[in-house]
Design a protein around this ligand. Structure first.
Ligand code: KG4
Ligand code: ZN
Length: 379
C-alpha cells in the first residue's frame, strides 16, 4: 500500500489565466524513451490534465468546480460544463509547466470518453480532439472507470495481472476481474442501486454534513464509535448471496440511517452525528472489503487494486489492508490525491493503451455517458 500524499500535483479551486492517427514515425520519442501521454478528464466536476510517461507521473493538474456545486448539494451539469470550458486551457498550461515540457513534446492525447455527465464529457473530448489534431498525434478515448484502476500503475509500476479491482466512486461500485487493463476487464459484480459514494453523499446530507459527503463522513467518523449502531449489510444474507455473490446494495443502508435519525429526533435526543457516521462508514467498508476478498479467493486472484473517489476513505483503506493481509492478497491503493477524479489516471490508462500498440480512436469520437466498464478504449 502506498504512503499518503503529497505526491506530484497541483490543484486550484478557480481556473487561472489563460484527425487521429497512429504514432507518426517522425513523432516517435527517441529509442528507449516511452511516449509522453497527456490525459484529459472532464466527466464530472474536476477538470484534470495529467502527463505520464510509461508508468511515471510527471504532472497532475486539477481545477475543481466543487465549491460552485456545494450550495446545491450535488453537481449541477450545466455549471460543471461551463467550468470545464473555462479551466481547460489554463489547466493544460499548468500541467505542462509542472512537468517541464511543452505541448510539442506530447506524443499522444488520451481523454475520458465516458461514463459521466454528457455535456461535461463533450468539453473534454472536444479539447482533446483539437489538441491531437493540432499536434498531429493520436487520440485515445478511454473509459473513466478503467482509468480509476489504471492509476495504480503510477504507484508501484506495471499492474500484476490477472488481478481483481474494487472500483468505488460517486456513480459506480463494481468488482472487476482485470485480465489486461488496456484490453480485457470483466465485471464480477456491481451495485444494484446506489453507488458507495452516492450513499456517503446522501447520508452526509441527512446528517447535515457538507457536500461532498465522503470526506465529511470520513472526518466525522474519526470521533465516533463504529460499533454504536448495527446498520444493515446489504446483499450479504445466504439467500442474497446466491443471486448477488459480488453485487452490492446501499439504498437499504441509507434508509436505515434515515429511519434511525428520525427516531432519534422524534424522541427529543440530539443525534450523535459522529457515532452515526462511524457506524454507517463501518457498514459500507465491511461489505466492500468482505466481497472484494471473497472475489479474489473464489477467482484465484492474488492481487487487488483499489480505485475511485471512495478509495480515499480512511476506514476502507485500513480494513481492506487488514483483510487482504490476513487472506494473503497483495493490495495496491493509489495515493490519496489520485483517488478522486484527475487527469493523471486518464494519461496512465492512455499510456497502457499506447504501450500495447492499440489503434487510436477515430475523429468521430464522442462522449458516452453510460460507457460500460468493459469498453476500455472507444474506437
Ligand atoms: O471518483 P470520484 O472522484 O468521482 C466519480 O467518478 O464519481 O468519486 C467521488 C465520490 C463522491 O461520492 C465522494 O463523496 C466520494 O467519492 N469520496 C469519499 C471520500 N472522498 C471522496 N467517500 C468516502 N470517504 C472519502 N474520504
Ligand atoms: Zn471518478
Amino acid at each position: 500500500m502506498s504512503a499518503a500524499d503529497p505526491g506530484t500535483g497541483s490543484r486550484t479551486a478557480v481556473p487561472q489565466g489563460g484527425g487521429a492517427r497512429l504514432l507518426q514515425p517522425g513523432r516517435r520519442p527517441a529509442p528507449g524513451i516511452e511516449p509522453l501521454v497527456l490525459g484529459i478528464e472532464t466527466s464530472c466536476d474536476e477538470t484534470g490534465v495529467g502527463l505520464v510517461r510509461g508508468t511515471t507521473l510527471l504532472a497532475d493538474a486539477v481545477a475543481s468546480s466543487v465549491e460552485e456545486h456545494a450550495r446545491f448539494g450535488g453537481v449541477v451539469p450545466e455549471v460543471a460544463s461551463r467550468a470545464h470550458l473555462e479551466a481547460m486551457v489554463p489547466t493544460i498550461t499548468r500541467a505542462c509547466e509542472d512537468a517541464g515540457v511543452t505541448l510539442a513534446d506530447v506524443d499522444a492525447v488520451a481523454v475520458t470518453a465516458g461514463p459521466g455527465l454528457a455535456g461535461a464529457l463533450l468539453v473534454g473530448v472536444g479539447a482533446a480532439k483539437a489538441l491531437a489534431w493540432a499536434l498531429d498525434v493520436p487520440l485515445y478515448g478511454v473509459n473513466h472507470l478503467d482509468a480509476h484502476v489504471a492509476v495504480c500503475v503510477l504507484d508501484g509500476g506495471p499492474m500484476p495481472t490477472p488481478c481483481a479491482a474494487l472500483l468505488v466512486s460517486g456513480g459506480h461500485t463494481s468488482l472487476l476481474h482485470v485480465v489486461d487493463i488496456a484490453s480485457d476487464v470483466r465485471l464480477l459484480g456491481e451495485t444494484v442501486d446506489d453507488a458507495a459514494g452516492e450513499a456517503f453523499d446522501k447520508t452526509a446530507r441527512l446528517l447535515g454534513l457538507p457536500y461532498p459527503g465522503g470526506p465529511s463522513i470520513d472526518a466525522a467518523a474519526r470521533e465516533g464509535d463504529p460499533t454504536a449502531i448495527a446498520f444493515p449489510r446489504g446483499l450479504t444474507s445466504a439467500r442474497d448471496l446466491q443471486r448477488h455473490r459480488f453485487d452490492f446494495s446501499f439504498s437499504g443502508l441509507k434508509t436505515a440511517v434515515a429511519r434511525w435519525v428520525r427516531a432519534c429526533e422524534a424522541s427529543g435526543r440530539p443525534v450523535p452525528v459522529a457515532d452515526v457516521a462511524a457506524s454507517f462508514q463501518e457498514a459500507v467498508a465491511d461489505v466492500l472489503t468482505r466481497k472484494a476478498v471473497d472475489a479474489c479467493r473464489e477467482n484465484g486472484l492474488e492481487h487487488l487494486m483499489l480505485g475511485g473517489g471512495v478509495s480515499a476513505n480512511g476506514r476502507l483503506r485500513e480494513l481492506l489492508a487488514e483483510r487482504c493481509e490476513a487472506a494473503g492478497i497483495a493490495l495496491r491503493v493509489p495515493r490519496l490525491r489520485l483517488c478522486t477524479d484527475n487527469g493523471a489516471m486518464v494519461a496512465a490508462l492512455g499510456a497502457q493503451v499506447v504501450a500495447r500498440g492499440l489503434a487510436p480512436s477515430g475523429p468521430e469520437l464522442g462522449g458516452d455517458s453510460s460507457l460500460p466498464v468493459g469498453t476500455i478504449l472507444v474506437p
